[in-house]
Design a protein around this ligand. Sequence first.
Ligand SMILES: Cc1ncc(COP(=O)(O)O)c(C=O)c1O
Length: 445
Amino acid sequence: MEKFSDLVLNLIEATRKHERYRDKECINMIASEGLKSPAVNQMLDLSHDLACRYAEGENDTQGHVKKRYYQGQKYMSQIEDFSTDIMKSLFKSTWADVRLVSGTHANLATFKGLSLASKNNKMVVTPLSCGAHISHDYTGLAGNVLGLENINHVYNIDEFNIDPDKSAYVIRAAKPGIVTFGGSLFLFPHPIKELKAVCDEVGAYVAYDASHVLGLIAGGQFQDPLREGADFITSSTHKTFPGPQGGVIMGSPTTPALEKAVKKIQFAIFPLSASSTHLGRLPALGIAALEMNVFGEQLARQIVRNAQTAGQYLCENGVKVLAEKKGFTKSHQIAVDIRSFGGGNKIAQDLEDANIILNKNLLPYDDQSSKGDPSGLRIGFQDITRRGFGEGDIKHLCDLMLDVIKSKRKPEEVKADVLALRKEFSGVKYCFQSVEEALTYIKKA
Ligand SMILES: Cc1ncc(COP(=O)(O)O)c(C=O)c1O
């Protein structure tokens, strides 16, 4: 083992290297990551004391602080209430909870709360290879931690979506307490509207995991789950919604059954699963929400346009992009079958060697056991869109990717061009450059 002080030195050095590498030298296309603005980063810097504090307590069914267990909370309670109201206002819900430290935590509290409220431990979910997150699955949080029994939606591979007719049959037969929508490989809006009535018929709560698409929803460019029948949205706050890392749950408890669900979810947050709720992120969450309110529509539209442009261009150039007949995607990501070029593992690694960062991914027809070397790649466009990439830049980037995918040039040779392209996009767009700029905007608005 190295000397203790050397370990700390190494830690600091590795951190510096990481910041330079991923922030300055790479083109980031991981679909589950977000890019914070200078104003959001500055707000985090201004919230250091808050990041040291605790705010254990209970909230009411509007999401406001009702009871605290510690002293010193007078501003912290306001900060939590304001953040809650900002999210409620942006997503048009009457209740929100911002105490979740991640999307997985939001799922944990929601699935636990809803299974308590429904007294039913069955949950209908999308199969993992068809896009569900591990936290929805029996092999992950849902099964292994919460003890929920998973029943799969029927997935239509040609449509790249849940089959509403066949899933209705599954829901009727299984009579679950929870039906989930949303996911990690998520190209097209899920059929909530089509399945809401059958969920009501069997008394199932509808939970929609918006982690990937929350920014697109804020920008009005994807489905609107709460208006389409979802009882609750669970989400990360740091993917297409470009806030600090954290989680949120939202809903509008208009019936006694939904109110009961909110209370059970709150119980599942505190005392069951949170003590520190990482309050230092909340002011920055508010700035990110303001940015989405002001720039979200334009940003979300360009993200989807960039994803579709890449889908079309890669397809025209001999790469199998999924869902061609449906226009490739309506979200921030595309899925590519890369088997004929060596498989997901090899191509993701080759692209990394050229400083293009994305991930290998199971495709809906893959066997779950091929996780180590799946057929596909998942490619996300939210980061580079925020950097300012337009359709022409996307085609240029695709040409560089094609050079690697088709082994026309060595990844190390392509890397020089990637670095040059990356240099052209040094800023962050669709955002405020400082907290001061955000304040000036608010005063004028
Ligand atoms: C659909 C979905 N839900 C939840 C999560 C987990 O989010 P977090 O990393 O915030 O826990 C992810 C992560 O990518 C996801 O894709």
